[in-house]
Design a protein around this ligand. Structure first.
Ligand SMILES: Cc1cc2nc3c(=O)[nH]c(=O)nc-3n(C[C@H](O)[C@H](O)[C@H](O)COP(=O)(O)OP(=O)(O)OC[C@H]3O[C@@H](n4cnc5c(N)ncnc54)[C@H](O)[C@@H]3O)c2cc1C
Length: 394
């Protein structure tokens, strides 16, 4: 495909999340004579729509989930390929896909996002929230849950704890106050009572209260089906309104009880027999909830905390940040040519250039290495999203 475009600049963008799509759109718009190929694991892409420039540096926009054909219809010079990129061969200027395709480029932009950091990999009752499939998995498992443990104090954990109903929640945080990423301790104290159902606030119809608005064309619609052997693949990250229109209800009746465990970390994930054989006593929630299920050792999974408490539960949500997804830049021997930061993100300068010539990166996969404004910080080793358009001076 790209070989036919001899003489035209061949831009390849890896990833169909909001970073990859914004990058492809800007390239298509500013360089209509070039050939832009978006290669993404998922047939669904995330596009920024209704972009309004509010001031010199402030924009508002919605993010919509669309079929890949949306981009092709909008821009005559964009092609979207649903394929998994396995490697980038820098000296040949080619990306390779798992179905054997070799796609040559003049410039490539890596926008492969990030993966949730899980406190226990591969455990069916320890889950992370990132894409549509993971949130649907959570909803299914929650239906049967009497108690969940949520680990983490960032945006996803905070929203999840607020939204979940019909279930006891043990919220494990490292800090002295909830919602550490967004508010100071004083404000956290103000929000605390709102975590409980009986405050009259929990579960109100959500008002839009976020920086950006994500529009899903019907929750669950256009689900990214993954076959066997494709479980490693992830779809695009959800966004601010990820819980809107979704029922997140466990199996308890009555008010939701949230117990916050402050200044602790998870020491271990244990089975009931491990808890018993070590002579540990399962901790109780309370003293508030009268509906405490007296399950003792009968919980399917236990979470041992650094404060000595051991909570049994049905499900653990690990909302402890993300790893930049650089798999396609890493050889089977674990080597990577491109410079990565300590957190594993692809290091980019203020033009979104990586350490390799003709290779750029944008979005959650990046670590921004330029002098940051005092008003800007990269949350959870991300996101250079605000600077997507600066990948254009390539
Ligand atoms: C639940 C949740 C709530 C959030 N809330 C907010 C919020 O309120 N405000 C905010 O600003 N941000 C929020 N974020 C973060 C925001 O969604 C991300 O920063 C943003 O979506 C990242 O976009 P991205 O394009 O870099 O990555 P992604 O959206 O992760 O896209 C990566 C893309 O790359 C593809 N891909 C990966 N590997 C390969 C490969 N090897 N080959 C081909 N394709 C590949 C994937 O399929 C995907 O299409 C939230 C995130 C989550 C999960």
């Amino acid at each position: 495909m790209a070989a036919e475009s001899k003489g035209r600049q061949r831009y390849v963008v890896v990833g169909g999340g909001v970073a990859g799509v914004s990058c492809a759109e800007e390239l298509a718009r500013l360089s209509p004579e070039s050939q832009v190929t978006v290669v993404s694991d998922s047939p669904l892409i995330k596009a920024a729509t209704n972009v309004v420039q509010q001031s010199r540096v402030l924009e508002t926009f919605d993010v919509e989930q669309k079929q890949g054909s949306y981009l092709e219809q909008r821009y005559g010079n964009v092609t979207v390929l649903a394929a998994h990129v396995t490697s980038l061969i820098h000296k040949e200027k080619v990306v390779e896909t798992s179905d054997g395709r070799r796609i040559p480029y003049d410039k490539v932009c890596i926008c492969t996002g990030a993966k949730p950091k899980l406190i226990a990999e591969g455990h069916p009752r320890v889950i992370g929230i990132r894409d549509t499939e993971s949130v649907e998995d959570f909803q299914r498992k929650l239906e049967d849950a009497r108690r969940i443990v949520v680990v983490g104090n960032g945006g996803i954990a905070t929203e999840l704890v607020y939204e979940v109903k019909g279930c006891q929640v043990v919220w494990v945080i490292r800090h002295t106050a909830i919602c550490h990423t967004f508010v100071d301790e004083g404000a956290a104290v103000f929000f605390l009572p709102h975590l409980h159902d009986d405050s009259g606030c929990h579960g109100d119809t959500a008002e839009l209260r976020k920086r950006t608005k994500y529009v899903c064309e019907g929750v669950g619609e256009g689900r990214e089906e993954r076959g066997e052997g494709e479980k490693e693949r992830i779809g695009s990250a959800l966004g601010p309104d990820w819980h809107t229109g979704r029922q997140m209800k466990g199996r308890n009746e009555g008010p939701t009880h949230v117990q916050v465990e402050y200044e602790v970390e998870v020491k271990e994930i244990l089975t009931a027999s491990q808890v018993k054989s070590r002579g540990l006593q399962p901790s109780k929630i309370g003293p508030r909830p009268p509906e405490e299920p007296q399950l003792g050792y009968q919980w399917p999974i236990f979470v041992a905390l650094t404060n000595g408490k051991v909570f049994g539960c049905d499900l653990v949500v690990s909302a402890t940040g993300v790893f930049p997804n650089t798999t396609c830049l890493t050889s089977s021997a674990g080597q990577t040519e491109v410079e990565l930061s300590e957190e594993g993100g692809v290091v980019v300068d203020n033009q979104m250039r990586t350490s390799l010539s003709h290779v750029y990166a944008a979005g959650d996969v990046c670590t921004a290495r330029w002098t940051h404004s005092q008003l800007w910080f990269q949350g959870m080793k991300k996101s250079a999203l605000t600077s997507v358009s600066s990948c254009l001076p390539m």
